[in-house]
Ligand binder design. Structure first.
Ligand code: 5AD
Ligand code: SF4
Length: 450
């Protein structure tokens, strides 16, 4: 039996892509293995968003070259594949820097993996086309047992690429222009997942709320797509990520009020709080527009948990600009957030700007920002203590007799229960908030009482 090890870096879309590549290779007789040590095929599914992420790939490839050599000495072949966004951005350069790599394949061509692997047997291959053809239409459906093994929560990519061109970001270059999957294809995938026991779907896209897929009667929006997904039997939870503030339209906001399956959680990156920096970033919104948008979303769904991405040290960011970011965070109070030091990326307009910020300044700003966000995150988690919320049980817990799941607000929870199982929706009383997880116990469900 041939074995493949897939290591995905970066965002959730890479996790989804990694699973699709496993499905394609599954048809060729490969089974997945969790370690590179016993794999015949090792595939790095890479991320190019920040320099550090891209750098990691070369470090890893150095180690894998040694592994490949050792095995060769024992008469065993290993195939090394680099996929994902570094592959797309750097192409043949990867094999120049690391000749042990057999195949470089971009994120738009992985349905061609079997043919490319065959080609790679007689020499190194690079395929980083951004073809207009629909790769999704060429992907095999995973078997029910494979779906089940991946758990009751699943990712479904509905949109790829980005037309926004934020000045710091490589995505419009690595993932290409916006593309939305047709409605029928998405629904068929969600139905297949639900039939195998999936309850919780996260709809993915680099700019997911710009979704505009071909429907049976013209173009559908993300809100309309979610209304349809909410009708799929078995689907109890729906989320979507990542959204751009400019594409949060009234219909989508209303879906948070009207659809019980749409979870009260929204990742809506703002990046910075100063209008001068937002303009330099080409974000196409001001900080007040963002605040007003948050107000509207909270009117539709008062308990919604909000999350964001922040970049500190964008070229030209002054102390006063940074204070504006802290002020925005204090005003909104995010339930969680990701934050990064600005990293100049080749080919992006911001990398050419003169006023790059010293690392020490970025470190200090990142530290202050993270401390504030952490205070709000802990506050949000502690406010759950004493409340009763519905938990979807996803896996066994840390200790015997414990089960792990999530609240509707994306918080991890451990509950004590001897009677419940994976897939159950349990009402739990939250008794304690730890630093990364809530703890509680199952209580009677009045809505299920006869
Ligand atoms: N430097 C630092 N962070 C970046 N991001 C995107 N590009 C860069 C960059 N060049 C961050 C943004 C984005 C998240 C996915 O990564 O905050 O929302
Ligand atoms: Fe990058 Fe901006 Fe597009 Fe997000 S919206 S993927 S940050 S260009």
């Amino acid at each position: 039996m041939k074995k493949v090890h897939i290591k995905s870096y970066g965002c959730q879309m890479n996790v989804y892509d990694g699973q699709r590549m496993a499905d394609v290779l599954g048809q060729e007789g490969y089974v997945e293995t969790a370690t590179p040590d016993d794999a015949d095929l090792i595939l790095l599914n890479t991320c190019h968003i920040r320099e550090r992420a891209a750098h990691k790939v070369y470090t890893e490839l150095g180690k894998l070259r040694d592994l490949k050599r050792e095995r060769k000495a024992q008469g065993r072949e290993t195939t090394l594949v680099v996929a994902g966004c570094v592959a797309q951005a750097e192409g043949a350069e990867i094999q120049r820097r690391q000749p042990a790599v057999d195949l470089v394949i971009g994120p738009q061509t992985y349905h061609r993996l079997p043919a490319l692997l065959a080609q790679a047997r007689s020499g190194r291959v690079v395929d980083t086309e951004l073809p207009p053809e629909d790769k999704f239409g060429h992907l095999p459906a995973p078997k029910p047992a494979v779906i089940l093994a991946r758990g009751i929560s699943a990712f479904v990519t509905v949109q790829e690429g980005c037309d926004k061109f934020c000045a710091f970001c490589v995505v419009p270059y690595t993932r290409g222009a916006e593309f939305s999957r047709p409605v029928a294809q998405v629904i068929a995938e969600v139905e297949r997942l639900a039939e195998s026991g999936v309850q919780d779907v996260s709809l993915l896209g680099q700019n997911v709320n710009a979704y505009h897929g071909k429907g049976p009667d013209g173009v559908w929006t993300l809100a309309r797509l979610m209304h349809r997904i909410a009708e799929v039997p078995g689907i109890t939870r729906i989320r979507y990520t990542t959204s751009h503030p400019r594409d949060m339209d009234e219909e989508l906001i209303a879906a948070h009020r009207d659809l019980p399956q749409v979870m009260p959680f929204l990742h809506l990156p703002v990046q910075a709080g100063s209008d001068r920096i937002l303009a330099a970033m080409n974000r196409k919104h001001t900080s007040d527009e963002y605040r007003r948008l948050i107000d509207k979303i909270r009117m539709a769904r008062p308990d919604i948990a909000l999350s964001s991405d922040f970049i500190v040290g964008f070229p030209g960011e002054s102390d006063a600009d940074f204070e504006e970011t802290l002020r925005l965070i204090a005003d909104v109070r995010f339930a969680s957030a990701y934050s990064f030091k600005y990293s100049p990326r080749p080919g992006t307009p911001a990398a050419e700007l003169a006023e790059q910020i010293p690392l020490a300044v970025m470190d200090e700003r990142l530290h202050r920002l993270q401390a504030l966000v952490e205070e709000h995150r802990q506050g949000f988690n502690h406010a759950m203590v004493g409340r009763t919320v519905e938990i979807l049980i996803e896996r066994a817990g840390r200790h015997p007799g414990q089960l792990a799941g999530k609240t509707p607000y994306m918080q991890a929870v451990q509950i004590e229960s001897a009677t419940h199982r994976i897939g159950d929706r349990v009402l739990a009383l939250i008794e304690r908030a730890g630093s990364n997880s809530l703890f509680g116990r199952a209580v009677e469900r009045p809505d299920l009482a006869a």
